[in-house]
Ligand binder design. Structure first.
Ligand code: NAD
Length: 376
């Protein structure tokens, strides 16, 4: 099969969907790889490295015109004009963007959004949400440490003692867990909040304290357990009590990393402007949910601005939306392995591209086929 790897054109996108490591494996399976010139440069992968792995270097049209196109982000309208009707596309295509899916269908593509894979053991090796959120959690702490004008660890020096930074993590999914682990390695004192009860043990096993907000009704408990491991919107009664507990911790915090998301919905507001006002000057918030608030404005903090760092009430608020892209080489390496693993399901050893709908991962990831939206 002719596989194309274009250079990503979305603003600020540094990642690439195939690395020399995965190119070599695809080549060994008998496929032909055409990589657009410079496709990997922002992730520190040279054209020469792709050639050494057995790929051919082509231009953007050559890569997008392939039978199977491997991408990071959904193709732009301009990129779609270079793709062939009937071609296959694998990427992070944003399953909740109905208009985007409509464009893919209209272009006649058979497309697969890897974010839609179920959170099952079998799908773990192709779980792009996890591989990228893990990196985002790490980088969020790195960015906070960079902006924070004090130490993270407690230090005892001849010139006196420096206190450890107090870090609050809101939302303990994959990104939140990695943020806890990273802040812990830097010596911070950490507290974390999540709606899901199963998280408490994980938080404590990483040496952080869980902010307990007990469930008082069956409705609260049921919402907290969510569906398929994901959070559901919590009843207002619980959110009000959580707000009181979180507000106390945020006021005492030096750094807040917020990662709370509910798939397909606006990110919950957890750090209000009032809470920001109560924080110490020089504190730092990294809002991983920036740009995912209601109508795409704000995030877990309404003052965060997508892809900008702003200072409000003396607090630095970082709204970087592509944190994984700031660790481009490793983010690409992991993403490319996720893609390669997914391809095992649709590229059988003995032939062309197949869409086995009896495979739950393939069925969940299929977004468009034969001019129609197929998203489940
Ligand atoms: P996510 O990015 O969708 O959300 C981040 C976190 O925010 C979640 O933990 C969620 O519970 C939390 N949250 C939502 N509303 C909140 C609120 N009001 N206050 C505080 N926290 C709030 O989550 P994710 O990282 O994609 O993980 C989702 C689930 O999938 C987790 O249970 C994770 O352990 C699970 N998972 C399973 C597998 C697997 O089994 N293969 C792989 C990866 C993740």
């Amino acid at each position: 099969m002719l596989i194309g790897v274009p250079k990503e054109t979305a603003q600020g996108e540094t990642r690439v969907a195939v690395t020399p490591e995965t190119a070599k494996k695809l080549k060994a399976q008998g496929h032909t790889l055409k990589v657009a010139a410079g496709a990997g440069l922002a992730a520190s992968v040279t054209d020469e490295a792709y050639v050494a792995a057995g790929a051919e270097i082509t231009d953007q049209a050559g890569a997008l015109g392939a039978e199977l196109v491997l991408k990071v982000r959904s193709p732009s309208e301009q990129e779609l004009t270079l793709m062939k009707a009937g071609a296959n596309l694998v990427g992070m295509l944003n399953p909740f963007d109905r208009e985007g899916l409509q464009r893919l269908a209209a272009a006649g593509l058979t497309s697969f959004a890897l974010e839609a894979a179920p959170r099952t053991t079998r799908a773990q090796s192709m779980d792009v949400l996890s591989s990228q959120a893990n990196i985002a959690g790490y980088k969020a702490v790195m960015m906070a440490a960079d902006k924070y004008q004090r130490f993270f660890p407690m230090l005892m020096t001849a010139a006196g003692t420096v206190k450890a930074a107090r870090v609050v993590i809101l939302g303990v999914g994959v990104a939140g867990l990695q943020a806890i682990a990273t802040a812990k390695r830097l010596g911070a004192v950490i507290e974390a909040s999540d709606v899901r009860p199963s998280v408490k043990e994980q938080v404590e096993s990483l040496g952080a304290k869980f902010i307990d907000v007990p469930y008082e009704t069956a409705e609260e408990k049921e919402a907290a357990e969510g569906v398929g491991g994901y959070a559901k919107p919590m009843p207002q009664s619980w959110l009000d009590r959580q707000k009181v507990e979180v507000a106390k911790r945020v006021a005492a915090a030096d750094v807040v990393i917020s990662t709370a998301l509910i798939p397909g919905r606006a990110a919950p507001v957890l750090v209000t402007e009032e809470m920001v006002k109560a924080m110490k000057p020089g504190s730092v918030i990294v809002d991983i949910a920036a740009g995912k608030g209601a109508n795409g404005v704000g995030g877990n903090c309404p003052l965060s601005v997508a892809d900008q760092t702003v200072v409000a009430h003396g607090v630095t608020i970082i709204g970087e939306t592509n944190l994984a892209g700031l660790v481009a080489a490793d983010a690409s390496a992991l993403y490319a392995r996720n893609v390669l693993d997914f391809l095992k399901l649709v590229l059988p050893k003995d032939g062309g591209f197949t869409v086995p709908m009896d495979d739950d991962i393939v069925a969940a990831c299929l977004m468009t086929q034969a001019g129609e939206i197929k998203r489940k």
